[in-house]
Design a protein around this ligand. Structure first.
Ligand SMILES: [Ca+2]
Ligand SMILES: [Ca+2]
Length: 239
Protein backbone atom coordinates (compact mmCIF):
# COMPACT_ATOMS: atom_id res chain seq x y z
CA UNK A 1 0.00 0.00 0.00
CA UNK A 2 1.25 3.42 -0.82
CA UNK A 3 1.79 5.54 2.24
CA UNK A 4 0.86 9.15 2.04
CA UNK A 5 1.27 12.08 4.31
CA UNK A 6 -0.56 15.25 3.67
CA UNK A 7 0.81 18.62 4.62
CA UNK A 8 -1.21 21.76 4.79
CA UNK A 9 0.63 24.91 3.86
CA UNK A 10 -0.53 28.36 4.72
CA UNK A 11 0.70 31.40 2.90
CA UNK A 12 0.10 35.05 3.45
CA UNK A 13 -0.20 36.75 0.11
CA UNK A 14 -0.41 40.48 -0.25
CA UNK A 15 -2.39 41.71 -3.23
CA UNK A 16 -3.00 45.36 -3.99
CA UNK A 17 -2.91 46.36 -0.37
CA UNK A 18 -5.18 43.55 0.79
CA UNK A 19 -3.84 40.55 2.60
CA UNK A 20 -5.44 37.21 1.88
CA UNK A 21 -4.86 34.17 4.02
CA UNK A 22 -4.82 31.19 1.73
CA UNK A 23 -4.34 27.57 2.50
CA UNK A 24 -3.19 24.95 0.12
CA UNK A 25 -2.26 21.35 0.59
CA UNK A 26 -0.05 18.93 -1.15
CA UNK A 27 1.06 15.36 -0.77
CA UNK A 28 4.61 14.43 0.12
CA UNK A 29 6.59 11.55 1.67
CA UNK A 30 6.62 8.68 -0.81
CA UNK A 31 9.15 10.14 -3.22
CA UNK A 32 7.41 9.13 -6.40
CA UNK A 33 3.97 10.43 -5.51
CA UNK A 34 3.02 13.10 -8.01
CA UNK A 35 2.00 16.50 -6.68
CA UNK A 36 -0.03 19.16 -8.47
CA UNK A 37 1.17 22.68 -7.72
CA UNK A 38 0.27 25.89 -9.47
CA UNK A 39 0.44 29.63 -9.15
CA UNK A 40 -2.35 32.13 -9.80
CA UNK A 41 -1.80 35.75 -10.85
CA UNK A 42 -3.74 37.83 -10.03
CA UNK A 43 -5.98 36.16 -7.42
CA UNK A 44 -8.61 38.87 -7.50
CA UNK A 45 -9.74 41.72 -9.68
CA UNK A 46 -12.45 43.24 -11.81
CA UNK A 47 -14.21 41.49 -14.70
CA UNK A 48 -13.24 40.76 -17.37
CA UNK A 49 -10.28 39.41 -15.38
CA UNK A 50 -7.43 37.72 -17.22
CA UNK A 51 -5.61 35.33 -14.92
CA UNK A 52 -2.38 33.44 -15.57
CA UNK A 53 -1.97 29.93 -14.23
CA UNK A 54 1.39 28.16 -14.09
CA UNK A 55 1.65 24.48 -13.12
CA UNK A 56 5.32 24.07 -13.97
CA UNK A 57 6.15 23.47 -10.30
CA UNK A 58 4.15 20.23 -10.36
CA UNK A 59 6.25 17.10 -9.87
CA UNK A 60 6.06 13.39 -10.66
CA UNK A 61 9.33 11.92 -9.43
CA UNK A 62 10.37 8.84 -11.35
CA UNK A 63 7.79 9.55 -14.02
CA UNK A 64 6.80 12.29 -16.41
CA UNK A 65 3.68 14.38 -16.38
CA UNK A 66 1.64 13.51 -19.44
CA UNK A 67 -1.35 15.80 -19.06
CA UNK A 68 -2.54 18.89 -17.25
CA UNK A 69 -6.30 19.28 -16.88
CA UNK A 70 -7.71 22.60 -15.68
CA UNK A 71 -11.24 23.24 -14.46
CA UNK A 72 -11.67 27.00 -14.11
CA UNK A 73 -14.88 26.74 -12.10
CA UNK A 74 -17.00 28.54 -14.70
CA UNK A 75 -17.51 25.67 -17.13
CA UNK A 76 -14.27 26.28 -19.03
CA UNK A 77 -11.30 23.94 -19.15
CA UNK A 78 -7.64 23.99 -20.16
CA UNK A 79 -4.88 21.51 -20.96
CA UNK A 80 -1.52 23.33 -20.93
CA UNK A 81 1.14 23.48 -18.24
CA UNK A 82 0.75 27.25 -18.30
CA UNK A 83 -2.49 28.82 -19.36
CA UNK A 84 -4.50 32.01 -19.26
CA UNK A 85 -8.19 32.28 -18.58
CA UNK A 86 -10.49 35.29 -18.57
CA UNK A 87 -13.30 35.34 -16.01
CA UNK A 88 -16.55 37.17 -16.69
CA UNK A 89 -19.24 37.85 -14.11
CA UNK A 90 -22.03 40.32 -13.37
CA UNK A 91 -21.95 39.62 -9.64
CA UNK A 92 -19.09 39.12 -7.22
CA UNK A 93 -17.99 35.52 -7.36
CA UNK A 94 -15.30 33.32 -5.93
CA UNK A 95 -14.28 30.80 -8.58
CA UNK A 96 -12.59 27.58 -7.53
CA UNK A 97 -9.95 26.48 -10.03
CA UNK A 98 -8.83 22.84 -9.95
CA UNK A 99 -5.79 21.32 -11.64
CA UNK A 100 -5.42 17.58 -12.17
CA UNK A 101 -2.15 16.14 -13.45
CA UNK A 102 -1.71 12.67 -14.93
CA UNK A 103 1.70 11.00 -15.02
CA UNK A 104 3.29 8.25 -17.08
CA UNK A 105 2.67 5.68 -14.34
CA UNK A 106 -1.09 6.19 -14.47
CA UNK A 107 -1.27 8.22 -11.31
CA UNK A 108 -2.92 11.56 -10.80
CA UNK A 109 -2.90 14.42 -8.31
CA UNK A 110 -5.06 17.49 -7.87
CA UNK A 111 -4.80 20.95 -6.36
CA UNK A 112 -7.22 23.86 -6.07
CA UNK A 113 -7.11 27.61 -5.64
CA UNK A 114 -9.61 30.46 -5.75
CA UNK A 115 -10.05 33.65 -7.75
CA UNK A 116 -12.31 36.49 -6.58
CA UNK A 117 -13.86 38.38 -9.49
CA UNK A 118 -15.86 41.57 -9.01
CA UNK A 119 -18.22 43.05 -11.62
CA UNK A 120 -16.86 45.86 -13.76
CA UNK A 121 -18.89 48.54 -11.97
CA UNK A 122 -18.00 47.43 -8.45
CA UNK A 123 -16.68 50.14 -6.13
CA UNK A 124 -13.12 49.65 -4.90
CA UNK A 125 -12.88 47.96 -1.51
CA UNK A 126 -10.71 49.29 1.25
CA UNK A 127 -10.29 46.03 3.11
CA UNK A 128 -10.03 46.51 6.84
CA UNK A 129 -11.31 43.22 8.21
CA UNK A 130 -9.64 39.91 7.45
CA UNK A 131 -9.73 36.27 8.34
CA UNK A 132 -6.63 35.43 10.36
CA UNK A 133 -5.11 32.17 11.53
CA UNK A 134 -6.42 29.86 12.85
CA UNK A 135 -9.49 28.83 10.90
CA UNK A 136 -10.48 25.93 13.12
CA UNK A 137 -12.90 24.09 10.84
CA UNK A 138 -12.24 20.63 12.30
CA UNK A 139 -13.40 20.55 15.91
CA UNK A 140 -11.77 18.15 18.34
CA UNK A 141 -13.52 14.80 18.05
CA UNK A 142 -16.96 14.62 16.48
CA UNK A 143 -17.69 18.11 15.19
CA UNK A 144 -21.46 17.79 15.72
CA UNK A 145 -20.86 17.13 19.41
CA UNK A 146 -18.34 19.95 19.81
CA UNK A 147 -19.71 22.86 17.78
CA UNK A 148 -17.90 25.53 19.73
CA UNK A 149 -14.51 24.08 18.85
CA UNK A 150 -15.38 24.98 15.27
CA UNK A 151 -14.46 28.64 14.97
CA UNK A 152 -12.70 31.27 12.92
CA UNK A 153 -11.13 34.62 13.72
CA UNK A 154 -11.64 38.04 12.17
CA UNK A 155 -9.30 40.97 12.75
CA UNK A 156 -9.76 44.66 12.09
CA UNK A 157 -6.43 45.47 10.48
CA UNK A 158 -7.35 49.08 9.81
CA UNK A 159 -6.67 52.18 11.86
CA UNK A 160 -10.32 52.89 12.72
CA UNK A 161 -13.07 50.92 14.46
CA UNK A 162 -15.42 49.06 12.11
CA UNK A 163 -19.15 48.62 12.74
CA UNK A 164 -19.73 44.96 11.84
CA UNK A 165 -23.47 45.07 12.60
CA UNK A 166 -25.31 43.38 9.74
CA UNK A 167 -22.16 41.98 8.15
CA UNK A 168 -22.45 38.32 7.23
CA UNK A 169 -20.27 35.25 6.92
CA UNK A 170 -21.40 32.32 4.80
CA UNK A 171 -20.03 28.93 3.89
CA UNK A 172 -19.78 27.48 0.38
CA UNK A 173 -23.31 26.08 0.64
CA UNK A 174 -24.73 29.51 1.43
CA UNK A 175 -25.41 28.89 5.13
CA UNK A 176 -25.13 32.38 6.57
CA UNK A 177 -24.43 34.03 9.92
CA UNK A 178 -25.34 37.66 10.54
CA UNK A 179 -23.25 39.65 13.01
CA UNK A 180 -25.55 41.37 15.55
CA UNK A 181 -26.36 45.07 15.25
CA UNK A 182 -24.17 47.24 17.43
CA UNK A 183 -21.12 44.98 17.24
CA UNK A 184 -18.04 47.12 16.64
CA UNK A 185 -14.51 45.84 16.22
CA UNK A 186 -11.84 48.23 17.46
CA UNK A 187 -8.72 48.91 15.40
CA UNK A 188 -6.41 45.90 15.69
CA UNK A 189 -8.98 43.88 17.64
CA UNK A 190 -9.98 40.29 16.88
CA UNK A 191 -13.25 38.43 17.32
CA UNK A 192 -13.71 34.67 17.52
CA UNK A 193 -16.89 33.34 15.93
CA UNK A 194 -17.88 29.88 17.15
CA UNK A 195 -20.39 27.61 15.40
CA UNK A 196 -22.33 26.67 18.54
CA UNK A 197 -24.36 28.51 21.15
CA UNK A 198 -23.22 30.90 23.88
CA UNK A 199 -23.42 34.43 25.15
CA UNK A 200 -21.85 37.02 22.86
CA UNK A 201 -19.08 39.25 24.20
CA UNK A 202 -16.84 41.91 22.66
CA UNK A 203 -14.32 39.20 21.70
CA UNK A 204 -16.50 36.13 21.07
CA UNK A 205 -19.61 35.64 18.97
CA UNK A 206 -21.75 32.53 18.55
CA UNK A 207 -23.30 31.41 15.26
CA UNK A 208 -25.92 29.28 17.06
CA UNK A 209 -25.79 26.80 14.20
CA UNK A 210 -27.73 23.54 14.65
CA UNK A 211 -24.96 21.50 13.01
CA UNK A 212 -21.32 21.91 11.99
CA UNK A 213 -20.85 24.86 9.65
CA UNK A 214 -17.45 24.15 8.12
CA UNK A 215 -16.62 21.10 6.06
CA UNK A 216 -13.49 19.38 7.28
CA UNK A 217 -12.03 18.80 3.83
CA UNK A 218 -12.77 21.98 1.87
CA UNK A 219 -14.92 25.07 2.15
CA UNK A 220 -15.01 28.77 1.36
CA UNK A 221 -15.91 31.39 3.99
CA UNK A 222 -17.11 34.68 2.53
CA UNK A 223 -17.32 37.89 4.58
CA UNK A 224 -19.76 40.54 3.29
CA UNK A 225 -20.48 43.97 4.66
CA UNK A 226 -24.00 45.14 5.50
CA UNK A 227 -24.65 46.03 1.84
CA UNK A 228 -23.74 42.51 0.71
CA UNK A 229 -20.40 43.47 -0.83
CA UNK A 230 -17.71 40.84 -0.46
CA UNK A 231 -14.96 42.20 1.79
CA UNK A 232 -12.72 39.15 1.86
CA UNK A 233 -12.83 35.38 1.96
CA UNK A 234 -10.93 32.36 3.15
CA UNK A 235 -10.69 29.08 1.24
CA UNK A 236 -9.23 25.70 2.14
CA UNK A 237 -9.08 22.47 0.19
CA UNK A 238 -8.67 18.78 0.79
CA UNK A 239 -5.43 17.07 -0.07
CA1 LIG B 1 -16.12 20.97 10.68
CA1 LIG C 1 -13.37 16.72 14.21
Amino acid sequence: MTAKRALRAVAWIVIAGATLLLSACFTVAVPDDPAAVFSVEPQQGTAPLEVEFDASASVASGASILAYSWDFGDGANGTSVTTTHTFHTDVERVFTVTLTIHDSQGRQATASATVLVRPADAPSIDVQVEFIWPFHYDAEGEDAANLNDEYFVLQNTGADPVDLGGWTVENERGFRYRIPNGFTLAAGAVVYIHSGAGIDTAQILYWNAPAPVWNNNSDIAVLRDATGTIITYYAYFSC
